[in-house]
Design a protein. Structure first.
Length: 189
């Protein structure tokens, strides 16, 4: 994060808008370079998408999606100061998004609704990739051909559902990132 406590939106209608970020230990916003790469990959699919920014943190991924034409973004963040900052940033930027101030694992136990695009970037200390991906897959949270972005520490191995096919991947420093495309379990679907 920059010393000023702000990050910027990279592209779209909110391009160069600043996102105010509380100074909290362990907060690791997705870098500008990684967000730019990711949204170049997602350019053909983000417009009109229903998005879930799970473990939202600063909300940078979801705000970037809104800036680039996503129909709706649901942000789930358990840290009250981050959830409050996210609500304030949405109001200041005059964009709508649903902010859920709850633990992601607990929230995913509720009534599911399918999302077209999911950002799965939990705090690295949680080691939540495998469990969260299973819940997303089995719980009805993913549209039949959803896109799932996963960010993790470089070199850390975890198991994702067999229906998630790797589309693209990269790394920046000690961070690995990958974009997956969900395919139906039944190839005739």
């Amino acid at each position: 994060m920059s010393a000023s406590g702000r990050i910027r939106v990279i592209g779209g209608s909110l391009r160069n808008s600043r996102i105010e970020v509380p100074d909290l230990p362990g907060l690791r916003p997705t870098t500008d370079r990684v967000r730019e790469t990711l949204f170049n990959w997602l350019q053909p699919v983000v417009d009109g998408a229903r998005c879930l920014d799970l473990y939202a943190g600063t909300g940078a991924l979801g705000l970037e999606a809104l800036s680039r034409g996503a129909a709706a973004v649901t942000f789930v963040e358990r840290e009250p100061r981050l959830a409050a900052a996210l609500k304030a940033n949405l109001a200041r930027l005059k964009v709508e998004g649903e902010v859920i101030a709850d633990d992601a694992a607990r929230w995913l136990q509720g009534r599911a609704r399918p999302f077209d695009l999911v950002f799965l970037d939990p705090p690295f200390a949680l080691d939540a990739w495998a469990a969260t991906s299973r819940t997303l897959e089995a719980g009805g949270w993913l549209a039949p051909r959803a896109w799932i972005y996963v960010e993790s520490p470089r070199g850390v191995a975890f198991t994702l559902p067999d229906t998630w096919l790797l589309h693209r991947q990269g790394h920046a420093g000690e961070v690995a990132y990958a974009l997956y495309r969900r395919t139906p379990a039944d190839p005739l679907s």
